[in-house]
Design a protein around this ligand. Sequence first.
Ligand code: GYE
Length: 329
Amino acid sequence: MKKLLGIALALVLVLGMAANASALTVAFSQIGQESDWRTANTDNVCAAIEAQGWELVYADAQQKQENQVQALRSFITQGVDYILFTGVVSSGWDEVLKEVNEAEIPLLLLDRIPDCVDEIEYAAAFGGDFVEEGRRMVRWLANYLEKEGRGDEEINIVMLEGTTGADAQVGRSEGILAELENYPNLKLVAQQTGNFTRAEGQPVMESFLKSVDKIDVLLAQNDDMALGAIDAIKAAGKVPGKDIIVIGCDSVKAAFDAIVAGDMNATIECTPLYADFVVDAINRLEAGEDLGREIIHPDEGCFDAEGGIEYAEGLVSVKAADVIDERVY
Ligand code: GYE
């Protein structure tokens, strides 16, 4: 009997060790490190995976689709347990994501959703509602102008767009253009990509300032480009936040600082904090749950100098200075 118990105990130990050795391996194909948003997203997701005791296989694609394709194929070869994926651009993923499906590795779509989403299998999906974010940028602007007594003025807008063909660019442009239709006095007079980076936002704004006579508003599809543009506006002898209304997207800490300093007027929130979603989704999938095909969008806000401006039905902006200390990214 004793001997049997001993064997059973040894077996439990061996099995326990085996279970530990085969702790989950979670692979993450990230786009690059183009913005404060992206850095916060990488840090947040990677730290959460490691905190669970899961093995992390991380690949930074340096903005190149071919690097992502290569990373996904190497995840398949390694036989990872889960793949987290956000695509630098929307199109061109059909083949490699079908390979992921054939390998039967559960795929979690994050952030920028590929345009083949309806043709592939995925275990869970989470990301910003980019069209709505674009709409919110324009609604905030229209209501702000109204409050300033400029509601009927002819307003010239320039737009810094994100990486061409990225879901976040396509969606925000679509939302901005659709919402502008509701305000005939708001005119989009120039638009160009700044690739979601501060480094490119600056020279593109510089060229807008040279080529466009009257610029009243800058809509930047992320805060980093807005911050680069603010430098260009100052260098041109204009006052950002006053001569030119500056609106960004993401709500990173640096944008809060710029709003408090008076250089920037508003930022529409797009959270990079995906850790809770990722950990919860994997744990539920491990427990055998089916999470369905819904693409989950987080609740997001809008921050500006004074607060109280409506940016979506029934939602008003929050004064950045009041919450700056609580910002975690
Ligand atoms: O807005 C931008 C980043 O895909 C939502 O990518 C993301 C965007 C974010 O570089 O700052």
